[in-house]
Design a protein around this ligand. Structure first.
Ligand SMILES: *[C@@H]1O[C@H](CO)[C@@H](O)[C@H](O)[C@H]1NC(C)=O
Ligand SMILES: *[C@@H]1O[C@H](CO)[C@@H](O)[C@H](O)[C@H]1NC(C)=O
Ligand SMILES: *[C@@H]1O[C@H](CO)[C@@H](O)[C@H](O)[C@H]1NC(C)=O
Ligand SMILES: *[C@@H]1O[C@H](CO)[C@@H](O)[C@H](O)[C@H]1NC(C)=O
Ligand SMILES: *[C@@H]1O[C@H](CO)[C@@H](O)[C@H](O)[C@H]1NC(C)=O
Ligand SMILES: *[C@@H]1O[C@H](CO)[C@@H](O)[C@H](O)[C@H]1NC(C)=O
Ligand SMILES: *[C@@H]1O[C@H](CO)[C@@H](O)[C@H](O)[C@H]1NC(C)=O
Ligand SMILES: *[C@@H]1O[C@H](CO)[C@@H](O)[C@H](O)[C@H]1NC(C)=O
Ligand SMILES: *[C@@H]1O[C@H](CO)[C@@H](O)[C@H](O)[C@H]1NC(C)=O
Length: 895
């Protein structure tokens, strides 16, 4: 079989990553593109005010001095220079300290292509190739491995900034000295290369020119590096016509105008690569355009299949002289670390498959959070103000990762929150000048030690406002005016703060304050230590409690909710639920009745042991490995809650994967709201009920399941109603294993459901429980208003903005669904809208938890109930049982 085998390509892919910059074909010269937003550093370039335009690329390089304050400059051996571009001639090396970092002030949420270039060139005369690591912020990006003394090595990553500051760090891993030749940043559109989570390390970026030549700026306006691929089993074709490349990926013309086809037209084209790591996840971006003039009877059409012949994209036809980009919106992985894509002509096709270019990326998980942004900038300002450049460890993120924490700092760490600075010790650092107000930005500070310096000026009153501050040591600063501001006196008096000053200090006001102050100091310090111990104990206990919480422990307890029986039933063994494909055929009567087309495949009606079921056939293209599918199903089979659509069984029979769910006779909430199902509009009471039930289902996923689950796709079409109009949440858990909405996405579509997607996702590339809370908030707004989530004709397009906007005009009546004809409780409507707006807060920290949402919704429902019963009393007694049906708990399959 003919292959475009990236495993074989590895050498040259390596070469792409490790290219020696020699082969520069001269392209027809086009207008030089704008380099705006580019940062191109030639590391070690001196003097400070030089800059130059590199001859072969026209990129303007500047020295790196403004971006780093450590390291030594070096020059590669002259004999190597001739082959290499000028930005590699000098370098910066870091013999001192473990970690040294470049600092860039940019905008948070923006997406950058970051490229580091390394040429050793025996700059130190040791003739020993160094080994070290590269970090982006507090996370390890890669180990730097150089192939030869004079070979240029390049590493690229596509990264979304989480803060207004970007740090690229070189980290020592052994005895050798880290160095860097050039560091480049290129802004990218942030709706391209979107990942579910993590950043993207470039693995290969390939195109198919007749004459092999390396390609970058200014053919590529984003300055991505493209590597040529040629072999004797594929053929390169090209056109003279220009190709429309105006999808968001801005493929360069030379890439679009050439393509690869199999040398033997009857053979398929295959694309294989190995990430050599079974846990590795990948993203692939394939660019296609038809660049041959097709005759009337000619068709080029092919199936794109992925590992084991799963159809990834059927019947694909490249568009005439127009780039289509096909990619996976969710990461793909492979059980053996090998990825195989095959392009096979379909029966009707007269021409072989073609591809113009592709890009492969490996996912880099970003696990370590940056320190709180304000505290980072405060620390950098403190570093500048007190000229602490010489503090070797003061590089990169102040708290993270913990092993490289700045000397003199102590930080608090938690899994989900940014690290915070809790103590700062600058004793004996020759500090001069006044005490800087930057310190007041460290709002979590409990201890501050500025003793034995040469500080002057006043004791600032901002200390009094730092509520957590327990200890300040200012002793040993002979020139400090030790008059204590009034506000601070107050805090000393109520013993919430200890201040240590030199006893002999002449400006200390009264003898009286001096003595008790020391006493207070002693006693409070004791209390403080106790508090710390207590706090540690509490934290430990809390952690322990959390981790040992059995799935049976309800986390929401409220008078009006009947405590749920959360125990998952261990007696249900998943084997019993496995169903063969012939049984599926029988069950669905040969797929007679289609119920709908859902996120992950078509859903058919079926009958299983007299109970009705919904059979969801999953597309073969499931991007995940089979093992993950199995694991997921086992997990889902164990999740039982009356407000989650139960999984009754599954089928994995050869290529046929199906999930069998309990049947939800009354369709989804969206249909019911829109009146598409006929019948009456849902009453306010129905709506409250549905909101409460769906919230309970979601809360259970978050708190009742082990491991906890994030739904990831909460929306009105995933809230289903059964024959008794009980609401249940559908499609939970699945979104991890299966790409939403079919196989792959074409060009510009972004993962997730537009309108419901947590805005923080763009920054963090990560969906959490709070993302579900956000989506649920949107659902609540829909329930109240019956308005579309996104309506381009509306003054405010998104429902969140619209509701916010309408409320400023005053009345809740303006937003509540008019179809209710005023039959609703105003108080509960206000309350629910308030709750919904809290849920859709752009900052996830400010959103309530689902447990909180359930409690509030129950109160809303109770208010409305009370209104209907004409009795406020009932609410206050909190004894209404909303769960009118608790008998028929479990899925029909349990029978
Ligand atoms: C750089 O600065 C030095 C003095 O600081 C000056 O003499 C020199 O002309 C400057 N060079 C350029 C290219 O601006
Ligand atoms: C660089 O820019 C100059 C002036 O705009 C142009 O003449 C030259 O051809 C460009 N070189 C490359 C390699 O693009
Ligand atoms: C896209 O990037 C810009 C900066 O380039 C940023 O300001 C903006 O918030 C980003 N958009 C989203 C949705 O994150
Ligand atoms: C390193 O460079 C040398 C000389 O340019 C070359 O012969 C060798 O193949 C290169 N090594 C790799 C791994 O590219
Ligand atoms: C194609 O190249 C491979 C090595 O890359 C070689 O082994 C093979 O003989 C070549 N085939 C032809 C037909 O030239
Ligand atoms: C991918 O292809 C390689 C080589 O052709 C093969 O060894 C491997 O089993 C394939 N992997 C999958 C998951 O299809
Ligand atoms: C292409 O895909 C379609 C749809 O999955 C399938 O029916 C057909 O047999 C495939 N054709 C080839 C040649 O693989
Ligand atoms: C092939 O083309 C014929 C006629 O255009 C069409 O009816 C048939 O569905 C096509 N088959 C496939 C597999 O696309
Ligand atoms: C600050 O550091 C010094 C020396 O490292 C130590 O003696 C002192 O106790 C520290 N201060 C506090 C408040 O922990």
């Amino acid at each position: 079989m003919l292959k475009l085998c990236i495993k074989n390509l590895m050498k040259s892919v390596n070469a792409f990553l490790l290219f020696s910059i020699i082969t520069f074909a001269i392209f027809q010269l086009v207008q030089a593109q704008d380099q705006s937003g580019f940062v191109s550093l030639d590391c070690g370039l001196v003097p400070k005010n030089t800059s130059y335009t590199e001859k072969t690329t026209n990129i303007t390089y500047i020295p790196d001095t403004d971006y780093i304050d450590s390291g030594l400059i070096g020059k590669i051996n002259d004999s190597y220079k001739t082959q290499l571009q000028q930005q590699t001639w000098t370098l910066r090396s870091f013999p001192e300290s473990q970690r040294n970092c470049y600092n860039f002030n940019l905008k948070s949420n923006s997406k950058y292509l970051i490229r580091g270039t390394f040429v050793y060139g025996n700059y130190d005369g040791l003739n020993k190739i160094p080994k070290f690591d590269l970090h982006v912020g507090p996370n390890k990006w890669t180990s730097v491995k150089l192939e030869g003394v004079a070979n240029a090595t390049i590493y690229e990553i596509i990264h979304v900034l989480t803060q207004d500051r970007l740090q690229v760090c070189l980290v020592k891993t052994g005895k050798t000295t880290p160095f860097i030749s050039s560091l480049e940043l290129r802004p990218l559109n942030n709706n391209t290369y979107v990942t579910q989570s993590g950043s993207l390390k470039s693995f290969a970026r390939v195109y198919f020119p007749h004459t092999p030549s390396f390609l970058r700026y200014d053919k590529d306006i984003h300055d991505r590096s493209w590597f040529p691929y040629v072999d004797n089993q594929t053929k390169s074709i090209s056109t003279d016509l220009s190709v429309n490349t105006s999808n968001t990926y801005d493929v360069p013309q030379p890439v679009a105008m050439t393509a690869s086809v199999p040398a033997n037209a009857s053979q398929p084209l295959t694309l294989n690569w190995s990430l050599g790591d079974i846990t590795a996840e990948a993203y692939i971006y394939m660019h296609f355009a038809e660049i041959q003039e097709l005759k009337d009877d000619e068709i080029r059409e092919f199936n794109i299949t992925y590992n084991d012949g799963k159809i990834w994209y059927p019947y694909f036809r490249p568009k005439k002289l127009r780039i289509t980009t096909v990619y996976n919106p969710r990461a793909i992985s492979s059980p053996d670390g090998n990825f195989n894509f095959t392009f096979v002509m379909t029966g009707n096709s007269t021409l072989p498959p073609l591809i113009n270019g592709f890009e492969l990326y490996k996912v880099l998980n970003i696990r370590q959070l940056d320190t709180d942004q304000n505290e980072v900038s405060a620390m950098f300002n403190i570093k500048t103000i007190y000229e602490l450049k010489k503090k070797l460890s003061w590089q990169g993120d102040p708290c993270a990762p913990q092993v490289y924490r700045w000397e003199g700092l102590n930080c608090s760490y938690s899994d989900s929150e940014a690290p915070r600075i809790i103590s700062l010790n600058l004793t004996e650092n020759k500090l001069t000048g006044t005490i800087t107000p930057e310190i007041s930005k460290l709002t979590q500070l409990t201890k501050l030690d500025l003793s034995k310096n040469d500080l002057s000026g006043e004791i600032p009153s901002f200390f009094a406002d730092m509520k957590l501050l327990k200890l300040i040591n200012l002793s040993g600063n002979p020139n400090l005016n030790s008059a204590i501001p009034d506000s601070l006196q107050q805090r000393l008096k109520n013993k919430s703060l200890t201040l240590i000053l030199d006893g002999q200090n002449p400006t200390l006001e009264k003898e009286k304050t001096k003595v008790p102050m020391v006493a207070i100091g002693a006693s409070v310090a004791g209390v403080f230590a106790l508090l710390v111990i207590l706090a540690i104990f509490l934290v430990l206990r809390k952690k322990k409690q959390k981790s040992s919480a059995a799935p049976g422990a309800p986390s929401v307890t409220h008078g009006i909710v009947k405590s749920e029986n959360r125990s998952s039933n261990p007696s249900i063994i998943s084997k019993d639920r496995r169903i063969t494909y012939p049984e599926v055929l029988k069950m669905t009567n040969n797929f007679e009745r289609v119920l709908g087309k859902g996120g992950f495949g078509t859903v058919y009606h079926g009958n299983l042991d007299d109970a009705q079921v919904a059979v969801k056939m999953l597309s073969h293209s499931s991007a995940q490995g089979y093992k993950e599918f199995k694991a997921e199903v086992e997990l889902l089979l164990r999740v039982h809650h009356r407000h989650l659509v139960g999984l009754v069984g599954y089928c994995d029979d050869g290529d046929n994967l199906a999930l069998i769910y309990e049947y939800m006779a009354n369709g989804d909430l969206k249909e019911n709201m829109s009146g598409k199902r006929g019948g009456n509009v849902l009453t306010w009471e129905n709506r409250m009920q549905i909101a409460v039930e769906a919230a309970q289902g979601l809360e259970y996923l978050h708190n009742g399941c082990r491991p906890p689950m994030v739904h990831r796709d909460v929306k009105t079409t995933n809230i289903l109603l059964n024959e008794r109009s009980q609401a249940k949440l559908a499609d939970f858990g699945l979104s991890r294993s299966f790409p939403i909405d079919g196989e792959c996405h074409v060009s510009t579509v972004v993962a997730g459901t537009p309108g419901y997607l947590d805005p923080e996702y763009y920054r963090t590339n990560w969906l959490s429980e709070k993302s579900d809370v956000y989506s649920f908030g949107v659902v609540l707004l829909e329930i109240v208003t019956n308005q579309p989530v996104i309506d381009k004709t509306r003054e405010r397009t998104h429902i969140n903005e619209w509701v916010g906007f309408m409320l400023t005009k005053g009345d809740i009546k303006n937003i509540v669904d008019p179809k209710l004809m005023g039959d609703y409780d105003t108080n509960s409507a206000w309350k629910i809208v308030e709750l919904a707006l809290a849920c859709v807060n752009p900052s996830s920290n400010r959103r309530p938890t689902m447990a909180h949402v359930v409690i509030d919704l129950n109160e809303c429902a109770a208010l409305d109930n009370a209104r209907r019963q004409g009795s406020e009393e009932m609410y206050s007694r909190g004894s209404i049982d909303l769960s009118h049906n608790s008998a028929s708990e479990f899925a029909p399959g349990a029978r």
